[in-house]
Design a protein around this ligand. Structure first.
Ligand code: PEP
Length: 269
């Protein structure tokens, strides 16, 4: 069973010029009156555009960073919370996002896992560190086509979930529902136009929820929102939104169009 409150994210990825970002912000702001209330929304511009978007996007939308830095060898639990600000050229730390009052961060996107070396363990550490700095996290999980075909989809996803759950202290479980979102994104469906079938989505979402119930707690399983991501657009979102275990979408390509994104935010109505 889903949580009953939808959440939709727009991942702008490595896209945008000052001009196109301004136009997208205007298109989204224009759509605010058309977006129904029962939906939380976050938009993920690049770090470079984040301050502009935060200052200019209507507050109906939250802003979300696409990543945050953590030192790869932070394996000792006592050191999770050390400052990661310092000699890490080219990186952005959770402290900086906190300082800018960015409420969300996307972690473990498959493009970062496959192209930029984010392992399950690093994603877990990033989650711990970002949460310590008061950020809500959206954690992406999902299998490759090869993994789906060789029957290891759930091994992969459960391993990704375990690396995250391990980093969240029992005392923090009461805040999971409001501050940890899981995005199921099968890699073969991202940016390919090949959306997962409703049966595939429902199967994975319900197994993620059962995994949470068994490995974290029943309450966390009930409260955690599970988004689907992978080639969602304005025309395929309505059928997916009807599924009992779906709590929203993470949208890439279609989030760059203000009208399409607003339509996706309304998919559950
Ligand atoms: C994504 O990048 O998270 C994503 C789901 O992309 P797209 O919607 O373009 O498949």
């Amino acid at each position: 069973e889903g949580t009953g409150r939808f959440i939709v994210g727009g991942n702008w990825k490595c896209n945008g010029t000052r001009e196109s970002v301004k136009a997208l912000v205007e298109a989204l702001n224009k759509n605010v009156p058309n977006i129904e209330k029962n939906c939380d929304i976050y938009c993920c511009p690049t770090f470079l555009h984040l301050p502009y978007v935060k200052d200019n996007l209507n507050e109906r939308f939250n802003v979300c960073a696409q990543n945050s830095w953590v030192e790869a060898d932070l394996v000792d639990p006592e050191h999770h919370y050390d400052s990661t600000t310092g000699a890490f050229t080219g990186e952005i730390s959770a402290e900086m996002l906190e300082d800018l009052q960015v409420p969300f961060v996307l972690l473990g996107h498959s493009e970062r896992r496959t192209l930029l070396g984010d392992t399950d363990e690093i994603v877990g550490k990033k989650v711990a560190h970002a949460r310590y700095h008061g950020l809500s996290v959206v954690v992406c999980v999902g299998e490759t086509l090869e993994e789906r075909e060789n029957g290891t989809t759930f091994d992969v996803i459960f391993k990704q979930l375990k690396a995250v759950a391990k980093e969240i202290d029992d005392r923090e479980h009461s805040s999971w529902g409001s501050s940890v979102v899981i995005a199921y994104e099968p890699i073969w469906a991202i940016g390919t136009g090949k959306v997962a079938t409703p049966e595939q989505v429902q199967e994975v979402h319900s197994k993620i929820r059962s995994w949470l119930a068994e490995n974290v707690s029943e309450d966390v399983a009930k409260a955690t929102r599970i988004q689907y991501g992978g080639s969602v657009n304005a025309s395929n979102c309505a059928d997916l939104a009807k599924l009992s275990d779906i709590d929203g979408f993470l949208v890439g390509g279609a989030s760059l169009n203000g009208d399409d994104f607003a339509a996706i935010c309304n998919a559950s109505s």
